[in-house]
Write a protein that binds this ligand. Structure first.
Ligand SMILES: NC(=O)c1ccc[n+]([C@@H]2O[C@H](COP(=O)([O-])OP(=O)(O)OC[C@H]3O[C@@H](n4cnc5c(N)ncnc54)[C@H](OP(=O)(O)O)[C@@H]3O)[C@@H](O)[C@H]2O)c1
Length: 292
């Protein structure tokens, strides 16, 4: 299959490309960040003309749309730019898929829910996004549903990955653990840590079913950031670092985080897909492969 990926230079996109190519798919890994890598792969989803040219040139069998502004606090500070990229940009992708009759897989987020539920959210729970980022991602979902009948929306959990270029939670925790004797992480926010490689495999698996709709795609299980930090320190083999629990009130941030973003992959289960592996197994695997 010929697969056009948007946001392919991001943390998840890089793994998706690798996984798709390993399965024999022909991938065009586009991104606005491509100017730093290969200008040939440059594609800005906010430009309908550029999108049309890209689709006419490559003639993809499917678009996997990941391109987005993902810094949740920066999104809160610049709402208009966030709506332009995450909502309008996704609408642009949906419109070109509608026009050219191309199936679309859109990567969304577990943060579309309010976080008030005591247990993990499944696909039939009602979204109630609370930050600019999550509202813009949900607007993207609505555009995809409105314009593309042949769509998959796959919501991800707390993603980790990126390998040598990892600058997110896992890499930060290991850096602090290795350089300081103590690490503090919040124990009042819950989520489902999810390895970008496993998530990419799940997206392709879901696509192959041909069963259009909205899915959750998180590694099994859920925890607090504190529990995740403890696991990171243990799997990275840092013995002389103490991990302390604290409250999110100690880390005031621009954007409100839902109390609970954990996901239940109920729809995948109901259509007979196997469970994704537990987050601890995936995390251990990722750390062994990246931070040995
Ligand atoms: N990370 C998570 O925990 C998480 C959880 C749930 C869902 N998601 C979703 O998963 C997808 C991938 O996330 P990620 O963590 O891999 O994010 P990422 O590393 O920030 O990757 C997103 C990529 O999209 C690019 N992009 C930004 N604006 C664009 C535009 N106008 N046109 C084309 N590309 C553009 C970014 O370039 P710049 O770096 O230059 O901005 C970046 O390379 C996103 O849709 C995100 O909303 C992520």
């Amino acid at each position: 299959m010929k697969l056009l990926i948007t946001g392919a230079q991001g943390m998840t996109g890089r793994d998706l490309r690798k996984v798709a190519e390993a399965q024999g798919h022909e991938v065009w890994p586009t991104d606005i960040a491509s100017l730093r890598h290969d200008p040939e792969d440059w594609l800005d989803i906010t430009s309908p003309d550029d999108l049309r040219q890209a689709v006419d040139r490559f003639r993809p069998d499917a678009i996997f749309h990941l391109g987005a502004l993902t810094d949740v606090d920066a999104c809160e500070r610049d709402p208009e730019e966030t709506w332009r990229v995450n909502a309008m940009g996704t609408e642009n992708v949906a419109l070109i898929c509608h026009e050219k009759k191309i199936p679309l897989l859109y990567v969304s987020t577990g943060s579309v829910f309010s976080g008030d539920k005591p247990t993990p959210y499944h696909e039939w729970d009602r979204p109630e996004p609370v930050s600019v980022y999550s509202r813009s991602k949900y607007a993207g979902e609505e555009a995809v549903r409105r314009w593309v009948p042949e769509h998959f929306i796959v919501r991800a959990g707390w993603m980790f990955g990126g390998g040598a270029e990892d600058k997110k939670f896992v890499a930060k925790m290991i850096e602090i653990a290795r350089t300081k004797g103590v690490l503090r992480a919040v124990d009042d926010k819950f989520g489902s840590p999810t390895y970008t490689r496993d998530f990419s495999e799940r997206c392709l698996e879901i696509f192959t079913t041909g069963r259009y709709g909205t899915y959750h795609g998180a590694n099994e299980g859920w925890c607090t950031r504190f529990e995740m930090a403890q696991a990171v320190v243990e799997y990275a083999g840092v013995d002389d670092c103490r991990v302390e629990a604290c409250s999110s009130a100690e880390f005031p941030l621009s954007a409100h985080r839902p109390r609970l973003e954990a996901l239940d992959n109920m729809r995948s289960r109901l259509i007979g897909l196997p469970p994704m592996r537990p987050w601890r197994v995936a995390l251990k695997d990722y750390i062994a492969a990246t931070f040995a």
